[in-house]
Design a protein around this ligand. Sequence first.
Ligand code: NIG
Ligand code: FE
Length: 411
Amino acid sequence: MKLLLTNIKELLQVRDNAPSKVSGLEMKHLPTIKNAWLLFEDDIITDFGNMDNPGELSEDNTLDCTGKIVLPAWCDSHTHLVYAGNREQEFVDRINGLSYREIAEKGGGILNSAKKLQNTTEDDLYKQSAKRLEEVIQLGTGAIEIKSGYGLTTEAEMKMLRVVKRLSDNYPIAIKTTFLGAHAIPSEYENNKDGYLDLICDEMLPKIATEGLADYIDIFCEEGYFSVADTNRLLQEGKKYDLVPKIHVNQFNALGGVAAGVTNNALSVDHLEVVTDEDISALQDSQTMPVALPSCSYFLGIPYTPGRQLIDAGLPLALATDYNPGSAPSGNMNFVVATACIKMNLSPEEAINAATINGAYAMGLSDTHGSITKGKVANLIITKEIPSYGYLPYAFGSDLIDTVIINGKPI
Ligand code: NIG
Ligand code: FE
């Protein structure tokens, strides 16, 4: 089936030969066509242009987009969308003065979510997660990465990954899967972190890899969690199973994990609320994408990733939600884009590049997603009537989406 969008006020992120990512000064440039049309056949973008030059176009199936802006659907490269229950009590505890770390030390935090998940059936976990996935699709997300890491036993980690696979089979958006067994040290291994890493390396990884349940491998490299040496060990082990690293690093402390990620050819290094000059040097001339998660900074009241500094140093930057029950209970990429502008001083052009083409790169999807390019998947956001694309981050609390199109079909 063909569908033609006409009279588009402005078509954003139009690229004839789309680069795999944009970096530094390139991020300030968002190529657009004003007064545009866009044609797609089934799930693939086939053509676009200016309304003054519609050529031979006559298509029965048209959608008039007068006053509306069209852009590629968001590419959310970092989420923990599969989880059981919620942690609003910890949220209240934080309001009353406890820190995120104190809550974790009392058995809350990731271990609290792991306990809940271990006691939840696979079907129930699927239902809870599917509801969240449906919500984020409505909010304009067209490709997403989902991590394990709230299981922390072989069976529970595999349960999470099987749920992700089921979501991927049943929903039209692209889903990439990351194995994050090294998210926290389970209480049974409290004084035996190496024993838990042995379990991950000797039991979890081989099983997960044999069943083809993960694309990427992740670890939380942080004080009180896993060290740089643990990170090196795990990423090298993952490489044996062709799992590419995407790591949690520099959320609270800069331990040297960014350089370890780069050395191990990480596709992305995520969080980066704390960044040193050494981290920036390690990222320069690498193929590793830095990923900022502003909703986590917002929710926990911790520093924002110095995205301005990273881009000004010539680096690329991607934006993602980190959707999870502890540090970012929101999968709203519209809020992420707005917050990146408001709190990280990104321009709307930079934020939109970071949430589309660079997000696609951080999931290995830039050949198919993240820009309006002939041959790419027709995953689109059609906005309501708005004055300009700068209005998207400006009116940060408003619902500005009219229609989301996934694989060429309005949702
Ligand atoms: O990315 N930092 C580590 N992991 C998650 C949060 C985990 C949780 O609190 O449940 C994150 O922020
Ligand atoms: Fe995370």
